[in-house]
Design a protein around this ligand. Structure first.
Ligand code: HPA
Length: 269
């Protein structure tokens, strides 16, 4: 696996004309940020050696390099979900490659179901912490030399970046929530009883991504900042059915606010 990571990283390095230290993962329905990247050049996943190819609707599947907030960045449009059938080493392959490319900070975004009764559809939730409910751990197996066998996870989401996000949100009049993201395998949305269970366990939002990527990024010493867009609500007193289309629609409406926060953090940090 390590050889494959190095091979992919060197293929990209040979073609890259910038040296980003910031990477962004664009979640379901959150690809609009890509259109704000200037001086861009890109690679389709299918053209990058060893890269998995994304299959889910709403995920284009390319790496975009360019500038955002005045800095060199790289963005992943389309991520690899466990429910698509990838194993965890494949799901987190891009973060391993990012580390080899010199990425120091990772911005993650996702669409998620809100369980906190204070939340509304379209809210942005700054991820303060997560609960890993995936059935396979991304660090299972031989330890990679990028980090310790038993990595610390007490501040997986960088406190300084979360504080900066609050400051920016206040300045710009953008309402933000804070909370704990529960990562589950999907592909079913939760039953009402499951939403209540995850809420009882301490979660504020639940989704099918992010946690594996964040764990691997942290194992590589990459700082992480994350935003969940609340695209639907779950629980017994929320009788609304969730559909992929609704999730995409709500994400679409929220993405300018998310982009604004990402761009400002990148500019100022
Ligand atoms: N549950 C899990 N994943 C999700 C949800 C949800 O309610 N909404 C968007 N992704």
């Amino acid at each position: 696996m390590y050889e494959r990571i190095l091979e992919t990283a060197s293929w990209l390095k040979e073609r890259m004309t910038t040296k980003p230290e910031t990477a962004i993962i664009l979640g379901t329905g959150l690809g609009q940020l890509a259109s704000e990247i200037t001086d861009s050049y890109e690679f389709s996943y299918q053209d990058i050696p060893n890269f998995p190819v994304s299959t889910v609707e709403g995920h284009a599947g390319k790496l975009i390099f360019g500038k955002l907030g005045g800095k060199d960045i790289m963005a992943m449009e389309g991520r690899f979900h466990y429910y698509e059938g990838y194993n965890m080493k494949e799901v987190t392959f891009p973060e391993r490659v990012m580390y080899e490319l010199g990425i120091k900070t990772l911005f993650v975004s996702n669409a998620s179901g809100g369980m906190n009764p204070q939340f509304h559809i379209g809210d942005l939730m700054i991820i303060d912490d997560h609960i890993n409910f995936f059935p396979e751990h991304p660090l299972r197996g031989k330890n990679f030399p990028t980090g310790p066998r038993f990595p610390d996870m007490h501040e997986a989401y960088d406190k300084g970046l979360r504080d900066l996000a609050d400051q920016i949100a206040e300045e710009k009049g953008i309402k933000v929530q804070h909370g704990v993201y529960v990562g589950v395998q999907g592909p079913t949305f939760e039953t009402p009883a499951e939403y209540i269970m995850y809420r009882t366990f301490g979660g504020d939002a639940v989704g099918m991504s992010t946690v594996p990527e964040v764990i691997v990024a942290r194992h590589c010493g990459i700082k992480v900042f994350g935003i969940s867009v609340i695209t639907d609500l779950g629980g017994f007193d929320v009788p609304v059915e969730v559909s992929h289309e609704e999730v995409q629609e709500a994400a679409n409406a929220a993405q300018p606010r998310m982009t604004e926060i990402f761009r400002e953090i990148i500019k100022r940090s």
